[in-house]
Design a protein around this ligand. Structure first.
Ligand code: PNW
Length: 492
């Protein structure tokens, strides 16, 4: 793919622009019963019969638990200045609660990880929680369904992590994608713990209420973890803290229909405003959510609001993959709706597709919408943005051999086009975008889709666990290298 001109594309990136790759504990580690780790809700979910994860579990996954040195050699080979990974809460506190025993062997594992990164001059970015909730607290009190207990336990877990790792970790992300946790875990039930009243595979749940309760638990958990950092650690540790929010960009299905324009904006409020209003604007949920959901949407008490007011979050972590069209639905919203009473489509009224097809049905490459998304989020919430995830599987990659998969032309074009969108949002729209972490360092467990979709810049052979760099890893490596050179030139 020699045709991608990386130097002109990247010219408008700031000299201190950060780069790297991202992963999550459950998707790569394996070693689920090693070193005193307790079970998490995904362990149970992956072993349900009949399967709800295409037969896949994470008992071994990429065996990163044992192979992390090799994986960090790859990061170094790719020239990555930064690496984002997440902590398995139940490795550190096997049952999960604030009065439960701490597992020193789990802490040692993450100390080794952090030290192995620093030895290679790679900056660790740590996500405290990326979906693998300790089963112990799910069983004890319902996990995120218990707003008061879960936020107290998360605060305790966060404090322990700052205490033990914060001398070396200066970049924290509290939670990954609270929207997915709430909706996939407690409305559609396609993710652990798989609760739903609309999904025939689920035996328990209330899709009309549970996602909104869980959302509040996550917002308050984030805020309390930020407050602990700011009050007890920031002065000595001098790090930054943010949260990673997912959300697609929506265009109206019929651009000449004002109701579709409203529907597109409403859809984004239901995706992002749900969390960003309380966290970044320190306000109640978006008005359109209150209107539609009424008393099913929890309220913030005066005490809650005081906690939110205090919680100054440094950056907006953006996980972006795709865009869609939104079409308004006439009439009142269904009780189970979580989208803001809109239909989501991949073609507009004229039949024009939103983007080119990737290897997953929900993911189309739409870099122009990425630029609009970046600019909209920056204007609305006013915080520096780090892209904490962006990537795709190539069309057909799920059934490719290693030799075919490493020639990942589609992914290279996707990265180049999305970096170009970042440059335009910075230089033409004035957004403050500070870094880009590609998803993912290696092919890994794609949650309920199992090991089919390959998001990695490194091919994982799930039989031998051998890793092979794909062309896209080398392309990003070249981009990083060329930026380093121009930063050095600029400083001379
Ligand atoms: C994110 N969607 O999840 C997660 O943070 C990663 O762990 C995951 O591997 C990655 O994106 C790729 O999927 C998402 O359906 C899962 O819109 C699904 C969606 C979005 C994000």
């Amino acid at each position: 793919m020699g045709s991608i001109d990386i130097t002109t594309t990247l010219a408008s990136l700031p000299d201190d622009f950060d780069w790297g790759f991202a992963t999550a504990s459950y998707q790569i580690e394996g070693g689920v019963a090693e070193g005193g780790r307790g079970p998490c809700i995904w362990d149970t979910f992956c072993h349900l019969e009949p399967t709800r994860t295409k037969g896949a579990n994470a008992d071994v996954a990429c065996d990163h638990y044992r192979r992390y040195e090799e994986d960090f050699d790859l990061l170094q080979k790719y020239g990555a200045p930064s690496y984002r990974f997440s902590l398995s809460w139940s490795r550190i506190i096997p049952i999960g609660g604030r009065n439960d025993p701490i597992n020193e062997a789990g802490i040692d594992f993450y100390n080794r990880l952090i030290d192995a990164l620093l030895a290679r001059d790679i900056v660790p970015w740590v996500t405290l929680h990326h979906w693998d909730l300790p089963l112990g607290i799910h069983d004890r009190y319902g996990g995120w369904l218990n707003v008061e207990e879960s936020q107290a336990d998360f605060e305790h877990f966060a404090r322990l992590c700052y205490e033990r790792f914060g001398d070396r970790v200066k970049h924290w992300i509290t939670l990954n994608e609270p929207w997915i946790i709430s909706v996939f875990g407690y409305s559609s039930g396609i993710n652990a713990p798989g609760r739903s009243s609309t999904n025939p595979e689920a035996s328990e749940g209330d899709s009309t209420r549970e996602p909104w309760t869980v959302g509040k638990a996550l917002i308050m958990s984030h805020a309390r973890a930020v407050n602990v950092y700011n009050k007890e650690f920031r002065q000595t540790q001098k790090g930054v803290i943010g949260i990673s929010l997912n959300g697609d960009y929506y265009e109206p299905w019929d651009a000449s229909e004002p109701k579709d324009t409203e529907a597109a904006e409403r859809r984004m409020q239901f995706h992002i405003g749900w969390f960003a209003n309380p966290i970044f604007l320190k306000q109640d949920y978006p008005e359109c959510m209150r209107q539609q959901l009424g008393d099913r949407l929890p309220t913030f008490s005066a005490d809650d609001m005081a906690i939110l007011q205090e919680a100054e979050t440094d950056f907006y972590g953006m996980n972006y993959y795709t865009g869609q069209f939104a079409r308004h639905i006439s009439g009142p919203a269904d009780q189970n709706d979580f989208k803001g009473n809109v239909d989501e489509l991949q073609d507009d009224k004229e039949g024009r597709p939103v983007g080119t097809k990737s290897g997953l049905g929900w993911l189309r490459s739409c870099p122009d919408l990425f630029r609009k998304h970046l600019t909209r989020v920056y204007r609305l919430y006013g915080k520096p943005i780090y892209i904490t995830e962006n990537g795709c599987p190539c069309p057909g990659e799920a059934t490719m051999t290693r030799e075919e998969s490493v020639q990942d032309t589609y992914r290279q074009q996707y990265f180049a086009d999305h970096l170009d969108a970042i440059c335009k949002s910075i230089s033409e729209d004035g957004s403050d975008i500070k870094g880009y972490l590609a998803w993912s360092l290696m092919d890994n467990l794609e949650w309920s889709d199992g090991y089919g979709p390959r998001f990695g810049v490194t091919f994982t052979d799930y039989n031998t666990l051998e890793r092979t760099p794909k062309q896209s890893a080398l392309l990003l490596g070249k981009m990083i290298e060329s930026r380093k050179k121009s930063a050095v030139q600029a400083s001379q």
